[in-house]
Design a protein around this ligand. Structure first.
Ligand code: TXA
Ligand code: MG
Length: 351
């Protein structure tokens, strides 16, 4: 299949692109769209065949449900059985934005979108291009992250092209995703409501709406229960090809630990995921790829750069990645959730 790439420039041409995109979506085609979190691989979420095509293009197991994206929360009533009070408050505060909410689904939503579950994940993105695309059709757009299954989520159009060129009808180039990690997933079908995937909207943010909101322990410890609450938790996401180890604990100690490990692994192609505060420590240590993820004072910056860094480790064919850890609160917890998945749970903690 030939994939068209549309770069939005904020001029009259964008309207022509939107028309082509909405026609393609109506015809059951696949369109990669930018969102504020990561790029999404979109198709008509109410069309069974299109949902199947999404799974095929990604190489994703069909029991891992999709998120339905909407332009406006007036679309919600049709898709869900009920909107609990806590969800109403979260919607008011955080939509449009990087929060996905899990509801009991209505009959309109096909099994193919939810992996057969009786719940459905819904989100209203804030990205302007995504919004314009979603507004141009009269159905929700199902969109998992636009990466091949098992690879880090795409935050730049280059990542999407690398994974999906030739497998989708259209790729929209919307520049670098601003958030850089996927949306927070909040399940309001359980009491108290529970975060299944942490993101830019943190536990602390959500507890301001309802202090009873909790977070699934599996977000940090993947082996904490046998049956995952979110099917996505059982798959190794965000994975670079190299072995990756995350070092936790006090900053000075973890830096020393990483330096010791660099020494012990001489001869291997090593990548280090460092931060603004520690970058200098690893210069002249002979590592192949030294990446500054950003400042520990601005974890939003670290989140934005994380997936690109993991992909760069692959490009450079590194054998082993040493990643600095972050505190398990606020955005730090969301970043650690992604890092730990990338590391397949391999973590060295020195407190
Ligand atoms: O930021 C995002 O959420 C991006 C952009 C494109 O919107 N999308 C995204 O989709 O990350 P995806 O499919 O890669 O991740 C959706 C996650 C998966 O872990 C899935 O298991 C979980 O949400 N999920 C979806 N529906 C669910 C449901 N009904 N119950 C529990 N978990 C669900
Ligand atoms: Mg994904």
């Amino acid at each position: 299949m030939k994939t068209d790439i549309f770069k939005f420039k904020g001029n009259g041409k964008d309207k022509v692109y939107i028309k082509k995109i909405s026609q393609t979506l109506r015809d059951g085609g696949l369109v990669v769209l930018p969102t504020e979190t990561v790029y999404g691989l979109g198709g008509n979420g109410l069309n069974k065949r299109t949902c199947k095509k999404i799974y095929e293009a990604k190489g994703r197991p069909s029991d891992n449900p999709l998120i339905l994206h909407i332009a406006d929360n007036s679309q919600l009533d049709d898709l869900v059985a009920e909107v609990p009070e806590v969800a109403k408050k979260c919607i008011k505060k955080f939509w449009p934005g990087p929060l996905t909410i899990i509801f009991k689904r209505s009959d309109k939503v096909p099994d193919e979108a939810t992996g057969g579950l009786d719940t459905v994940a819904i989100r209203e993105p804030s990205n302007k291009i995504a919004h314009d695309i979603l507004k141009s059709v009269d159905f929700p757009v199902a969109a998992p992250s636009a990466n091949l299954s098992g690879r880090p989520s795409p935050t730049k159009v280059e990542h999407v092209i690398e994974d999906l060129d030739g497998l989708v009808d259209i790729i929209v180039d919307g520049g670098h995703s601003v958030v850089g990690i996927e949306s927070t997933v909040l399940d309001v079908t359980v009491d108290p409501p529970m975060i299944l995937r942490p993101g830019k909207i943190t536990l602390e943010d959500l507890q301001e709406v309802d202090e009873r909101i909790t977070i699934d322990s599996a977000t940090i410890d993947s082996k904490s229960h046998e049956v995952p609450k979110s099917p996505g938790q059982k798959y190794r996401h965000y994975a670079p090809r190299a072995e990756a180890i995350c070092f936790g604990g006090r900053l000075d100690k973890l830096v020393n630990e990483i330096k010791k490990n660099i020494e012990e692994n001489k001869g291997k192609k090593i990548a280090v995921l460092a931060t603004e505060e520690t970058y200098d420590e690893y210069e002249n240590t002979g590592v192949e790829l030294l990446i500054n993820l950003g400042s520990r004072e601005h974890l939003e910056e670290v989140a934005t750069n994380l997936f690109d860094a993991l992909r760069r480790c692959d490009e450079e064919d590194t054998d082993i990645i040493f990643a600095e850890g972050f505190e398990l609160r606020g955005m730090g917890l969301s970043i650690m959730n992604r890092l730990l998945k990338a590391c397949g749970g391999k973590v060295v903690m020195r407190i």
